[in-house]
Design a protein around this ligand. Structure first.
Ligand code: ADP
Ligand code: MG
Length: 687
């Protein structure tokens, strides 16, 4: 029997009642307890006064220099003050409501206190007191100086958890087995698993605590990487036989004929994609790039390449507006080469739809654009080779299943304009290949971003008017009331009316909101694209992907209600041409974090930088939003901190999978079985 799987009641001192309370915290076995990591530590080691910052916790040892002075407030409340000599400095120690200590503190005696340090007044507000100081150095080193603090509950206190862990380690530390390959442990100079578990709870020094954390975070990330990369290999193996014979010369000619030169990042991404298409496995690739980095062209070239190999392609967009826009772009680029681009939307008449579906099934249509319904229902292809999704992180499992049921295993490319810091991307998307467009087309000017209060709206309007007079166009994103589309629409109507009044005959003000039919929306977008509308008032339906290069002003009402990623997306609607563009955020955030987010927007236009700072501000869980699929939850590893371990883990997992031809189904099953037997399958095979 694996000792780790024994119930916590086998730990001396834990009875049935406490076991119940621990179970509430998710602790049922010895293993659960040992892996219940501290959320933080309190450091009781003695440091130089000058090293401790104002407001931090401090521990000092000093000689009592004057009698304790006590003042009472009412019956129970008191304030006691003692002056101590510490390193030739005089420090005032203050106790609240602990006057009973008075008799234990004598002039000339050495005492130790911990508490909050007020540097300017040389004063400590004491929370812990020791009046007997151990004599020998031996005793001193055995004292716990760094105390672990655990998430506790009403039924189990932090102190109890500390005690249980001390006891559990005494009984079971010798049963903690190493699970990292010896070769990796040596190369990375990791301490053993046993040492690490002991030290994460009771570090005898800060340095050792850091070592322990490093090793355990690595372990978690390593097994996650191993699993995800293995999945990717298995996928590639199962998808064999899709190699597309792409004639490269026509593709090169196509690229040469584009109205601009591709950026180096676009070229690199294209090469990665074409290599995947030609290889004998199904592509599963993420193309991430900042807004305006030119993902659509990359998609167009890839689709063109697929048609040259005799395949059909599909491009799926999140909204009908975007689908229409993509269809128009692709038609312009591909029709001159004799290719048929079809658009499939919900609002089509039955006969037109029937004709389109027939054309797809017979192979008369080369490329079809639509929303995500595109691959479902009654849509059949003659030879679908490439599926591209816009503004999506992942291609759903369900969608893949639908394709497989149609006997298709096409290559999949997912494009997203939510830039994710590389470390996070390779972790979350470890089962995909990632191409990154980290370069904007030449000649783009950074968008100037301002943050103003609502009482500036008149001046904002004047600014819009000035730009419009210079031939430019503007977006005004309306106040957002979450959970009520109805009120959002009302807001949009109000703002629209206000702007129509302001601009009068001078300029056309358009309106776009979620309650309009797709026909109506399409019409408005067409007029905005053609500059028949100069100012477009919109709810956030405009958010992703829309491309009108002549628009140079983006005004966002209630900017504090949007996530940073979303604000960056909205801002990305302008700055798409060569003119200087401006983004104006109207916001009155009530919290410091809210104000910091506005400052981030002001300070940088780089989506990766926005994402990095957003991540640091919020942590990865929030970064993706609670419902976001695909983000693994680690017990210890923290993607905002453990970049280095993540990179190492990824490289090490890749090396194992690569060098030893390690990854057979048998080995995968073995790893599963091993982790299961260790009682840590759930922990490491994060599904
Ligand atoms: P996104 O990556 O945000 O989807 P788009 O694909 O919509 O960006 O491209 C943004 C704009 O930049 C489009 O108007 C497109 O034609 C243009 N563009 C794309 N690539 C280049 C390039 N290499 N040089 C100049 N303009 C480009
Ligand atoms: Mg796009």
């Amino acid at each position: 029997m694996n000792q780790m799987l024994l119930p916590v009641t086998t730990v001396t001192g834990i009875g049935e009642v406490k076991a119940q309370a621990l179970a509430e915290l998710g602790i049922e076995t010895v293993h659960d307890l040992l892996f219940y990591f501290p959320s933080r530590y309190e450091d009781y080691s003695i440091r130089e006064l000058s090293e401790v910052a104002n407001g931090e916790r401090i521990t000092i040892r000093g000689e009592v220099y004057a009698e304790p002075a006590v003042r009472f407030f009412g019956k129970r409340r008191s304030r006691m003050m003692v002056r101590l000599v510490v390193d030739r400095a005089v420090v005032t120690a203050i106790w609240f409501n602990q006057h009973y200590l008075k008799n234990r503190i004598k002039i000339g005696q050495e005492i130790q206190v911990s508490g909050k340090w007020e540097k300017n007044r040389m004063q400590v507000t004491v929370s812990e007191t020791k009046t007997t100081i151990p004599k020998t150095t031996q005793q001193q080193s055995e004292e716990v100086k760094i105390k672990p603090i655990y998430p506790a509950s009403a039924a189990v206190t932090v102190k109890q958890i500390q005690r249980y862990l001390q006891q559990a380690l005494q009984q079971y530390a010798s049963d903690i087995e190493e699970i990292l390959p010896a070769e990796i442990r040596e190369r990375r100079l990791f301490i053993s698993r046993r040492e690490a578990i002991t030290a994460i709870h009771f570090p005898t020094s800060t340095a050792l605590g850091i070592e322990a954390r490093k090793r355990l975070a690595y372990e978690e990330l390593f097994f996650y990487q191993l699993k995800m990369q293995a999945l990717q290999l298995v996928q590639k193996r199962n998808n064999q036989g899709l190699a597309m014979p792409i004639p490269l010369e026509p593709v090169r000619a196509f690229v040469r004929a584009l109205p601009f030169r591709l950026t180096n990042a676009q070229k690199r991404a294209l090469k990665e994609i074409l290599d995947d298409l030609q290889a004998d496995f199904g592509m599963n690739r993420l193309l991430q790039g900042d807004v305006g980095s030119g993902k659509t062209i990359v998609a167009a070239v890839a689709l063109y390449a697929a048609t040259q190999a005799g395949c059909q392609g599909a491009l799926m967009a999140p909204t009908e507006i975007l689908a229409e826009q993509h269809a128009a772009t692709l038609t312009k680029l591909l029709a001159p080469y004799g290719l048929q681009v079809g658009l499939l939307t919900g609002g089509m008449s039955a006969p037109i739809r029937r004709e389109l579906l027939g054309g797809l099934q017979m192979g008369l249509i080369d490329i079809v654009v639509g929303t995500h319904a595109l691959i479902q229902d009654d849509v059949h292809f003659s030879k679908l080779g490439l599926v591209i999704t816009d503004e999506q992180h992942r291609f759903g499992v369900e969608q893949r299943r639908v394709l497989r049921e149609k006997g298709l295993q096409p290559n999949v490319l997912c494009m997203t304009a939510t830039p994710i810091p590389r470390t996070l991307a390779i972790s979350v998307f470890a089962d995909m290949d990632v191409s990154t467009l980290d370069e904007l087309p030449a000649g783009r000017k950074p968008i100037e971003t301002y943050w103003v209060k609502e009482n500036m709206f008149e001046r904002v309007l004047a600014f819009i008017a000035k730009e419009v007079n210079n031939g430019r166009q503007a977006y005004v994103i309306c106040p957002l009331i979450e959970e009520s589309e109805k009120i959002d629409v009302q807001n949009a109507l109000d703002v629209h009316a206000q702007l129509v009044h302001y601009f009068g005959e001078q300029s056309q003000v358009g309106l776009l909101h979620g309650r309009m039919t797709s026909k109506e929306k399409e019409q408005v977008m067409r007029e905005f694209s053609a500059n028949q509308i100069q100012v477009l008032v919109s709810t956030t339906v405009i958010e992703v992907g829309v491309d009108v290069p002549n628009a140079t002003v983006m005004v966002v009402y209630d900017a504090e209600r949007f996530g940073l990623a979303q604000l960056h997306q909205l801002r990305g609607r302008v700055g798409r041409g060569s003119e200087q563009s401006t983004c104006i955020l109207i916001a009155d955030p009530k919290t410091e974090v809210g104000r910091e987010r506005m400052r981030i927007m002001k300070e940088t236009c780089d989506g990766f930088e926005v994402a990095r700072r957003d991540l640091a501000l919020r942590g990865p869980g929030d970064f993706f939003g609670t419902k976001q699929s695909g983000l693994p939850e680690f017990r210890l590893a923290d993607l905002t901190q453990d970049f280095e371990q993540l990179e190492l883990a990824r490289a090490d997992a890749a090396a194992i999978l690569r060098t030893e031809d390690f990854w057979t189904d048998d080995n995968y099953a073995f790893l599963r079985a091993y982790l299961e037997q260790q009682g840590i399958l759930e922990q490491y095979m994060l599904d």
